[in-house]
Design a protein around this ligand. Structure first.
Ligand code: GUN
Length: 300
């Protein structure tokens, strides 16, 4: 492998900070012009530690940009009917512009039914079947936050993506599938690799843009990456090595020095996800209130 590490580090943390600053101005502007404050409701069922950390971070950052935050913590034995009743209330509440149900839900709840009970124009996760369909057919969708953040960083780096070969490794509903749709909408030639794909390394080597979202520590090796490719690493994996715990991505970062640019883990895609959730909430507010100017359009 190369001795020299020549790839640029894509600074997701800095990118997210800039986006948050812009959103803070946007929210101030909205308050001045309409007298209203955009609001995000987050629903957490149970006390999963990782989910609780994410929900606290969302609450804190929502308040930090001047929006309203409504956190609903429900007991782990909440029934489907009770959860649906809360969503009906939130769908109707005018002060709530965005709704997010933290996943995973406890096993006794029907996740798809819950997601599809959210009013699509408040579905700031972009997981509702109608938003998935809108994205697939080029209509104004609310777009899942993680792939939206990845696309913003790719466009910032590359400008037009038209004609590029993009390989997305992982086909989840949350990242892989919407990422592929977004790249197709940018006129990339897109291939999606997954656990049954025959020769993933060979496919990755064809990629001008390589997005990896599989949740397997350092799976993508240096010799899977074409020289000059732009690599987006969505993985966040905690591993134990040399007796200590650290966070690594799905790409062997130290072997990727011949890429033209790569997102580090941590500090790459991760910080963009909550920033894009806030962006989606502002977008949802603007669409609900029919405030859509070019300057104010956050969605790429
Ligand atoms: N759990 C892990 N990632 C996500 C996400 O993007 N949205 C929701 N609602 N739950 C999650």
């Amino acid at each position: 492998m190369n001795n020299q590490f020549l790839a640029d580090r894509i600074d997701g943390k800095g990118f997210a900070a800039n986006l948050v600053e812009k959103l803070t101005d946007d929210v101030t502007d909205i308050k001045e012009k309409t007298g209203l404050i955009p609001g995000l409701a987050v629903v957490l069922v149970g006390e999963d530690p990782a989910s609780s950390v994410y929900v606290s971070a969302k609450h804190r950052q929502t308040l930090a940009i001047g929006m309203q935050s409504f956190v609903h913590k429900l007991p782990i034995d909440t029934s489907q009917t009770e959860l649906m009743a809360l969503l009906t209330e939130l769908n109707a509440a005018s002060e709530v512009n965005g709704i997010l149900v933290q996943l995973p839900l406890p096993a006794h709840l029907d996740t798809n039914a819950v997601i599809n009970a959210i009013e699509p124009d408040k579905d700031v996760d972009g997981f509702h079947i109608l938003n998935a369909g809108r994205l697939a057919t080029g209509q104004d969708a609310l777009v899942p936050c993680t792939p939206l953040g990845c696309l913003m960083m790719l466009k910032d780096r590359l400008g037009s993506l038209a004609g590029m070969n993009a390989v997305v490794v992982g086909k989840s509903n949350i990242v892989g599938k919407p990422m592929a749709q977004l790249l197709m909408a940018e006129n990339c030639t897109v291939t999606v690799a997954h656990s049954k794909t025959r020769d993933v390394p060979a496919l990755c080597r064809t990629a001008d843009i390589l997005v990896v979202a599989v949740g397997r520590p350092e799976m993508v090796k240096g010799d899977w990456i074409k020289s000059g490719a732009v690599v987006i690493d969505v993985g966040i994996n905690r591993i134990e090595s040399d007796g200590r715990s650290r966070i690594v991505g799905d790409v062997a970062y130290d072997e990727a020095g011949h890429a033209s640019a790569i997102t580090p883990v941590p500090g790459g895609v991760g910080p963009m996800t909550i920033a894009c959730l806030l962006a989606n909430t502002v977008t949802a507010f603007k669409r609900q209130h029919k405030i859509v100017t070019k300057k104010e359009a956050v969605v790429v």
